[in-house]
Design a protein. Structure first.
Length: 166
């Protein structure tokens, strides 16, 4: 009922046109997003200020084989990583990292053509206590990225300069 109330029984011609425009370029955008995500995951794995990286495109991820089989080797545009040595206040370290980003936008939504970053412990999971966050797989030092279609060199440079400020 709610979607019907919000959108009506049929979408407008303009919204239909926008949807068609988006569908036409979706494969190209997803190819670039997945390529960028894998490259960033590898970059972050080798960075001295990163404790861990979770991305299904990496061979050490528990669901790597599943992602390869179901997604044809494209493991999405979402990855998470942990800031190493966040000190006594990992939330503050996460905030410093996000504040230092220039290209990545600080938003909690995912799947955009532009790159986004969030600190789940202080945003989407802030209402949970420590035990609930652990059960949900969220740590205080976790940063989540939704990788977009920007040039990989620009994305890596932005992450590198932000990590230097943590």
């Amino acid at each position: 009922v709610v979607p019907l109330r919000n959108m009506g029984a049929a979408i407008s011609p303009f919204n239909a046109w926008l949807t068609l425009q988006g569908i036409e370029t979706l494969p190209l955008r997803m190819d670039r997003t997945c390529e960028n995500s894998l490259a960033l995951a590898k970059f972050l794995q080798s960075h001295p200020k990163v404790e861990w990286v979770r991305y299904a495109g990496l061979p050490d991820h528990p669901d790597h084989a599943l992602a390869q089989r179901q997604m044809g080797g494209r493991a999405s545009g979402i990855l998470s990583f942990g800031l190493k040595g966040s000190g006594a206040d990992p939330r503050a370290a996460g905030a410093r990292f996000l504040d230092a980003l220039g290209l990545f936008t600080r938003l909690v939504n995912i799947g955009d053509a532009k790159s986004l970053a969030t600190h789940p412990a202080s945003t989407t999971h802030r209402q949970l206590d420590a035990a609930e966050m652990e059960k949900a797989g969220v740590s205080e030092n976790m940063v989540r990225l939704s990788v977009g279609i920007e040039h990989i060199d620009d994305l890596q440079a932005d992450l590198a300069q932000a990590l230097d400020k943590v």
